[in-house]
Write a protein that binds this ligand. Structure first.
Ligand code: NAD
Length: 258
């Protein structure tokens, strides 16, 4: 069997949080194209359902939509149960849901800080440990977390201390789980994208005007596309990456060179 065949995900089952749009929609599509059955997990069930139908039609895989607030423990438990019941198991997941609130630290409210830490970091603890418990008890699995280059640098000119701190936390959480579970068959890795042209940026009145500045700061002179994150996630979800755990992958066009 050639390397491309070995990288396929035929027979595997997985879910993607924040899968309705943007980066999550893209990786969910790639997982299905590689042969996996997928659950699109999102707060926005209408968009998640649209995305699930679109991917199922394009790939012929089983793709379901599940409404879930990833900051709610009961929701995440029910979501993992539903994935297992409806797809017939769980081999990998992509904990990807996230938000950004831009405010100077001396003006940021504690409620804003908590919101970002809750959606970006606490949710990854919930998703990883609840999915991880299933995987530990059922032959192993692979967990991919979306961190950010903001875990490694302080972006300018926009202020985003909570976002930066939350994503740095995602990387240390990833590494901690990877070490704890290394002998037990569950791998945990993260991706750290640079600026990626999704609605998180394009639909934000605050961030959109900064695109030209970021392009100027970027060695490539451009933003990335979500499609440019797909192949690494398919690799991490599959069986050619069995010695890859506790790693963080910079996907930022040499913005940070960490
Ligand atoms: P996006 O805003 O386009 O999509 C995020 C999705 O997450 C949405 O569908 C939203 O409904 C969902 N979501 C938000 N809160 C949720 C919750 N509590 N429960 C369930 N779903 C929820 O964003 P994106 O650009 O695709 O970003 C995806 C991830 O990538 C985020 O973690 C983000 O921080 C990270 N990231 C993005 C960039 C970028 O430049 N776009 C760069 C680095 C990292």
């Amino acid at each position: 069997m050639g390397i491309i065949e070995k990288m396929r995900l035929d027979g595997k089952k997985g879910f993607v949080t924040g899968g309705a749009r943007g980066i999550g929609k893209c990786t969910a599509t790639a997982f299905a194209e590689a042969g996996a059955d997928i659950a699109i997990v999102d707060l926005d069930i209408d968009e998640a359902t649209k995305t699930a139908n679109e991917i199922a039609k394009a790939t012929g895989r089983k793709v379901i939509a599940i409404k879930c607030d990833v900051t709610n423990e009961d929701d995440v438990k029910a979501m993992v149960d539903k994935v297992v019941a409806e797809l017939g198991g769980l081999n990998f997941c992509h904990a990807n849901a996230g938000i950004c609130i831009n405010a100077p630290a001396d003006e940021m409210t504690y409620a804003q800080w908590l919101k970002v830490i809750n959606v970006n970091l606490n949710s990854v603890f919930l998703t990883d440990t609840i999915a991880g418990k299933y995987m530990l008890a059922h032959g192993g699995g692979s967990i991919i977390n979306t961190a950010s280059m903001s875990a490694h640098i302080v972006n300018v000119p926009q202020p985003q201390c909570a976002y930066n701190a939350s994503k740095a936390g995602v990387i240390q959480l990833t590494k901690s789980l990877a070490v704890e579970w290394a002998k037990r068959g569950v791998r945990v890795n993260s991706i750290s994208p640079g600026y990626i042209a999704t609605d998180l940026i394009k639909a934000s009145e605050f961030l959109k005007p900064l695109i030209a500045k970021w392009e100027e700061l970027s060695p490539t002179g451009r933003l990335g596309t979500p499609e440019e994150l797909e192949s690494i996630c398919v690799y991490l979800a599959g069986d050619t990456s069995t010695f890859t755990t506790g790693a963080d992958f910079g996907l930022d066009g040499a913005f940070t060179c960490f």
